[in-house]
Design a protein around this ligand. Structure first.
Ligand code: GLN
Length: 470
């Protein structure tokens, strides 16, 4: 309980500035913490996460708590059941501090699309924390949560993790149940952890993974002990591919240099690296911006002000729908609903949607071919370090480009992790002009074969041992 209380004290001190949380959950959290304490006092067996204070992205349902997806349309919505990941974390003993900010319905790369507030990057308050899970990433980076959950449809865990200098894992599609996640694009969405270390991310992943009868796309896989205790002799045998298409014009010089440093450190562990090619990478962004809005337009149909959402006054049903959706959705959600409805409409369906599905297949095939030669693939996470507020928000295309290195992974359903090239100081506090630790964080990405989270988490755990000791 003391730990939970300390975190609430910290939140009170710091979150006025960071704005990571949309709502806090002190009553339930203190009860959860008390239960964990009691069990420990009685020497009963407890879960891996007993008493551990977590932050949860506000598009995941926790029974009895608000779930807004940072949208006006769900401003007053309270969840009536627990998402499967929440159930699992509860039985592992976790404590939920509160719900974190995001881009509305997880659409965005800076958290500026939230209908409610702007979350700041704890390393530089003038910069964005990334998105869409910016609140979760910032909460972990600012030490106002031990770890957090987010969701990743095109990069929304890995990109904010890289911007905030923390670890973020997007699991293989189907490794974690999506039941109770407010859907954005169902064939791409996955829930995953944010943590300060790869080891902590592995623990959280182990606790939330597994088949669920409530999600037909969840798969029957089990992850063994090596997830948490990788052996160096196994890790050393892994071959790392470096795809030339990810080191192109437009990749910032600082990012390039840092990613090269990460490659050197990984080579120093004894792993072999090899240049590879993923030739269809250049089509990934266009392909994503057809498939994703198509699914968004369908998933967001349910928000009509009748079953969910705030209801406006209207003369008839059609006017009610129109008013609710007009008032309830922000500009980015509307843009994507329109785009999605267009690419799915008769006459355009084959030209856009079917074509994009075929391109998706080619992108997946590139990875299949590459994985015949290598075991994991190493790339940058983002083309640039965190950008400033307002820099891209009025230029959707520039904003979309910040996910160019993360999107192919979702299209192919693969697991991938974002790891800070350098470990951040663990000492909370801030040193002058908005800079928390001096430098802006930069991350690198490890992409694994399907169901081989063990490989990327294993390399990551040895990577951070080297970085921490140097
Ligand atoms: N930034 C990407 C988008 O705007 C990815 C979002 C996500 O992964 N939820 O679609």
């Amino acid at each position: 309980m003391e730990m939970a209380q300390n975190f609430f004290d910290w939140i009170e001190k710091k979150d006025g500035e960071i704005m990571a949380y949309l709502s806090l959950n002190k009553d339930l959290a203190m009860k959860q913490a008390e239960q964990a304490d009691l069990k420990i006092a009685k020497n009963e067996s407890v879960g891996l996460l007993a008493g551990v204070p977590l932050a949860i992205k506000d598009n995941l349902l926790i029974e009895g708590l608000p779930a807004t997806a940072a949208s006006k349309i769900l401003k007053d919505y309270t969840a009536s059941y627990d998402a499967t990941v929440i159930k699992k974390l509860k039985s592992s003993g976790a404590v939920f501090l509160g719900k974190t900010n995001l881009d509305e319905f997880a659409m965005g790369s800076s958290t500026e699309n939230s209908a409610f507030q702007k979350t700041k990057n704890p390393h530089d308050l003038l910069r964005v924390p990334g998105g869409s899970s910016g609140g979760s990433a910032a909460a972990v980076a600012a030490h106002i949560a031990v770890a957090a959950l987010g969701s990743d449809t095109g990069g929304s865990i890995r990109q904010p993790a890289a911007f905030c200098g923390v670890v973020g894992l997007k699991p293989t599609y189907g490794a974690v149940s999506r039941y109770g996640l407010i859907a954005m694009a169902s064939s791409l969405d996955q829930i995953g952890p944010f943590a300060k270390t790869v080891e902590d991310a592995a623990i959280l992943f182990k606790e939330i993974a597994g088949q669920d009868s409530l999600d037909a796309t969840s798969a029957e896989v089990s992850y063994g002990d090596e997830l948490l205790n990788p052996k160096l002799e196994d890790i050393k045998k892994l071959k790392v591919g470096i795809p030339e298409e990810y080191f192109i014009e437009g990749l910032g010089q600082e990012v390039l240099e840092k990613v090269k440093e990460a490659i050197k450190i990984i080579e120093s562990l004894g792993l072999k690296t090899k240049k590879i090619s993923l030739p269809h990478t250049k089509y990934a962004l266009s392909c994503y911006y057809i498939i994703m809005p198509a699914e968004v337009s369908s998933n967001l149909e349910r928000f009509d002000g009748i079953r969910y959402g705030t209801r406006q006054k209207a003369e008839n049903l059609l006017e009610l729908y129109k008013k609710d959706r007009e008032m309830g959705f922000g500009a980015e959600a509307k843009r994507r609903i329109l785009l999605g409805t267009f690419v799915l409409s008769a006459g355009y369906y084959d030209a856009y949607y079917t074509k994009a599905q075929k391109v998706r297949r080619l992108i997946k095939r590139d990875f299949d071919e590459a994985f015949k030669e290598v075991d994991v693939i190493l790339t940058p996470v983002t083309p640039t370090p965190p950008f400033k507020f307002g820099e891209k928000v009025n230029d959707p295309l520039a904003m979309y480009l910040s996910d160019i290195f993360t999107i192919p992974v979702n299209l192919a359903g693969l697991p991938a992790i974002s790891i800070p090239v350098h470990q951040m100081s663990n000492v909370p506090g801030r040193a002058g002009n908005g800079q928390m630790f001096g430098k802006l964080p930069i991350g690198f990405q490890l992409i694994g074969k399907p169901w081989r989270e063990t490989d990327i988490l294993g390399i990551g755990q040895y990577y951070e041992r080297i970085v921490r000791s140097s």
